[in-house]
Ligand binder design. Structure first.
Ligand code: ASP
Length: 321
C-alpha cells in the first residue's frame, strides 16, 4: 500500500488580540500552546495514526489552553454562561459528529468524535450532548471551568458597547475566536475538527458554523479538509467548507485559489474570517482577512511554524513527514 507524507495545520481563531493588549509572557504562552497542539497531532500521524485522531489530539490541546476561545477560555454568552460548539469529520467516509450549546463537556471535540463513531445521530444539541458525553465516560466539568478573566472582561466591554451602540466597532479579539485542525494521514485520508465558544455576548441558544458540517468544518478525501474561524452566520450562508471543496471539484481550482475566493466572498460582508485547509496532495493554506490569526503548521521537513500576525516563527523541529 502506498504511504503518503503526513500533513497538519491548525488555527486558534482570527480573533487575535492586538499585540499591545497582551503581555510578552502571554504571547509566548499562546505560541507555545500552538506548537504543543501541532506536536500532539503530528505525533499521532507520525505513528501511522488516523487524520481523525490527529485533529482531535491537536484541538484538545487548544481546548485546554486558556488562550483560545474553545474549552477552557471560551467566550461568555449574554447570560454569562458558556455554550460550546464542536465538530469533527472523516474525509475517508464522510462520517461526522457534532455538538452545539453544550455546557459541561471539558473537551467537546472528543465528544464529537465519540458521536461520529456511534454513527447516528450526527449532531446533538444542548443537554442531550452533555448527557451523551457523560454516558460515554468523557471528562465532565462545571460550566465555570471554562471561564477566564480575559473573557469576563470581553463580556463587560461588549455589554457596555451594546448599551452605547458601538458593538459593531468591537475588535475581533473582543468578539470571538475558535480553534481547529486539518490533517492528512499516511493512508492519504483527510480530516477536520473545529471547536469554539462562539462569540462574546451571543444570545443563549445561538449556534455558529463550527458544528455545522459543510460550513465551519468539512473533509472529503480527494478534495480537501477545512476548518474555519470568523462570523459563523456567514460561513453557514456560504457553506464555506463545502464551497471550497466544490470549487476544487467542479471548477478545478487549486486549494489556494478556492480558499482565496471563499475568503474574498466573506470579506465583502466586512466580517473577520480565516481558515486552515489541507489538500488531497498534502498542501496547506491558512488565509485570513483580519489583523491576525493564531495559526501553525508543520512542513514536510519537520519544521514547526507558528504565527499570530504577519510574521511566521519557527517553534522547533520534529520528525519529517
Ligand atoms: N466561527 C465562530 C462562530 O461563529 C466564531 C469564530 O471563529 O470566531 O461561532
Amino acid at each position: 500500500m502506498t504511504t503518503h507524507p503526513i500533513a497538519l495545520a491548525i488555527h486558534g481563531g482570527c480573533g487575535t488580540l492586538p499585540k499591545a493588549e497582551m503581555s510578552e509572557a502571554e504571547w509566548a504562552e499562546a505560541k507555545a500552546d500552538l506548537a504543543l497542539s501541532l506536536k500532539a497531532g503530528w505525533a499521532v500521524l507520525g505513528k501511522g495514526g488516523t487524520a481523525v485522531d490527529a485533529v482531535e489530539a491537536a484541538v484538545l490541546v487548544m481546548e485546554d489552553s486558556p488562550h483560545f476561545n474553545a474549552g477552557h477560555g471560551a467566550a461568555f454568552n449574554a447570560d454569562g454562561e458558556h455554550e460550546l460548539d464542536a465538530s469533527i469529520m472523516d474525509g475517508s467516509n464522510l462520517a461526522a459528529g457534532a455538538l452545539c450549546c453544550v455546557k459541561r463537556i471539558r473537551n467537546p471535540v472528543s465528544a464529537a468524535k465519540a458521536l461520529m463513531r456511534q454513527g447516528d445521530p450526527l449532531l446533538l444539541a444542548g443537554p442531550a450532548g452533555d448527557t451523551f458525553a457523560e454516558a460515554e465516560g468523557l471528562d465532565m466539568v462545571e460550566n465555570e471551568y471554562f471561564s477566564t478573566d480575559r473573557r469576563r472582561k470581553n463580556l463587560s466591554s461588549m455589554k457596555i458597547r451594546e448599551l452605547v451602540g458601538s458593538a459593531s466597532e468591537a475588535s475581533e479579539a473582543e468578539k470571538h475566536g475558535t480553534v481547529g485542525a486539518v490533517a492528512r494521514d499516511r493512508d492519504g485520508h483527510l480530516a477536520a475538527a473545529t471547536s469554539t465558544g462562539g462569540y462574546t455576548n451571543k444570545p443563549p441558544g445561538r449556534v455558529g458554523d463550527s458544528p455545522i458540517i459543510g460550513a465551519g468544518t468539512y473533509a472529503r478525501d480527494g478534495r480537501c479538509a477545512v476548518s474555519g474561524t470568523g462570523k459563523g452566520e456567514f460561513f453557514i450562508r456560504y457553506c464555506i467548507g463545502h464551497e471550497i471543496a466544490s470549487l476544487m471539484a467542479y471548477k478545478g481550482l487549486s486549494l489556494e485559489e478556492a480558499t482565496r475566493q471563499a475568503i474574498a466572498e466573506l470579506t465583502t460582508h466586512k466580517i473577520g474570517a480565516g481558515l486552515v485547509a489541507v489538500g488531497a496532495d498534502g498542501s496547506i493554506v491558512a488565509p485570513y482577512n483580519s489583523e491576525g490569526m493564531y495559526r501553525g503548521w508543520i512542513t514536510p521537513d519537520g519544521f514547526v511554524h507558528v504565527a499570530t500576525h504577519g510574521e511566521v516563527e519557527l517553534a522547533g523541529q520534529v520528525e519529517a513527514a
